[in-house]
Ligand binder design. Structure first.
Ligand code: NAD
Length: 323
């Protein structure tokens, strides 16, 4: 791919979906600098326009110059990265499968418009159920699987690292622990692969006489249920995912080859193919450079297989009929 190597072109990010999640991402991206053009697209054109005006009024205080405007899909042609946060929320009484079918149709329409522009970059998807929506966008776009990424369990992993950091009183940036599998109820933590600095987290706690698997399980449950707990109080979650998306976009833009638990395309890793699921992957200029096939054993291996089976069932029942 030649994008980002062209010095005659600005670094352009297009955001599709200017709701809570999309605008939290846009605000965080603006504040971190480094992007030269940010285009906002939404089905509600006035909303996108208002957001572009409001954000632009902060440009004078941003760390680097940036042009922001409400655009349309023709702006995707020159984009390096497109972030999709559009979608319907779960309505009362609606099942997860119903929502999946509804958002599949929305993703299909958006992706067709993006590809009609001649877009040739990387797409990052955050719309839920994110592993499935990423699969839909890849199938409809026909882009190489490495160039379509979902936010996966990046937010869940950030929540886990924050909570473990609180528990151990150690900086979250030195806690290397991952939430893997579906961004949803079938996620899990492979504890034997968690470390603090270079020391195994389980060993560290054991050495201190503090190893309590029930306590670790309850930290995991707090992470798993965090979205429900926040939604109950403020109806939506958006700042954390906004920052996670900014981090991912910067890793792509700057060709960082950083590791994130994105919705990654499996090609034999974890014994599965043709599915996207939260797994650690190396992220650089062209999207997913490599999916890390962590050696899972016992219950962890079972949990990964069962989460894969859940996603495969959702694809079969709620996606395939609408593609
Ligand atoms: P929201 O309702 O505030 O925003 C959704 C936006 O999408 C709206 O502005 C709407 O007009 C727009 N939209 C809908 N259909 C569209 C279409 N066809 N084309 C263009 N725009 C369209 O919702 P939100 O709180 O911002 O959440 C957005 C999505 O992000 C949801 O699917 C939510 O579940 C998901 N989410 C994901 C994570 C994660 O970790 N991946 C975390 C939080 C929320």
């Amino acid at each position: 791919m030649k994008f980002l190597k062209r010095s005659d072109r600005n670094r352009r990010v297009v955001l599709v979906g200017t709701g809570f999640v999309g605008m939290s991402f846009a605000y965080s991206l603006l504040n971190q600098g480094g992007t030269e053009e940010l285009v906002l697209i939404d089905r509600d054109v006035e909303k996108a326009e208002g957001e572009a005006m409001d954000l632009s009024h902060g440009v004078a205080y941003a760390p680097s110059p940036i042009k922001i405007w409400a655009g349309d899909y023709s702006d995707c042609k020159e984009a390096d990265i497109i972030v999709i946060t559009a979608g319907a929320a779960q309505a009362p009484g609606e099942t997860r499968l119903d929502l999946t079918a509804k958002n599949t149709k929305i993703m299909k329409g958006i992706t067709e418009e993006i590809m009609a522009s001649g877009f040739d970059g990387v797409i990052v998807v955050a719309s839920n159920p994110v592993d499935i929506m990423t699969y839909v966008v890849q199938k409809v776009s026909g882009l190489d699987r490495s160039r379509v990424i979902g936010s996966g369990t990046t937010l869940d992993t950030a929540r886990l690292r924050y909570m473990l950091a609180q528990y151990m009183n150690i900086d979250a940036r030195n806690v290397h622990a991952y939430i893997m599998a579906e961004h949803g109820d079938s996620s899990f933590v492979p504890w034997s692969h968690a470390s603090v600095g270079s020391k195994s987290l389980l060993e560290l706690l054991e050495d201190k006489g503090n190893l309590d698997m029930d306590e670790l399980q309850s930290i995991y449950e707090n992470v798993r249920d965090a979205a429900y707990d926040i939604i109950q109080r403020k109806k939506a979650t958006y700042y954390g995912i906004g920052m996670a998306l900014t981090r991912l976009v910067k890793a792509i833009m700057n060709d960082e080859n950083s590791i994130f638990t994105v919705s990654a395309p499996l090609s034999g890793e974890y014994g599965a193919e043709d599915i996207y699921i939260g797994a650690p992957a190396i992220i650089g200029r062209n999207g997913v450079r490599e999916v890390l096939d962590i050696k899972l054993t016992g219950k962890d291996a079972e949990k990964m297989s069962s989460s894969i089976a859940t996603l495969q069932m959702m694809v079969k029942e709620s996606v395939e009929p609408h593609l």
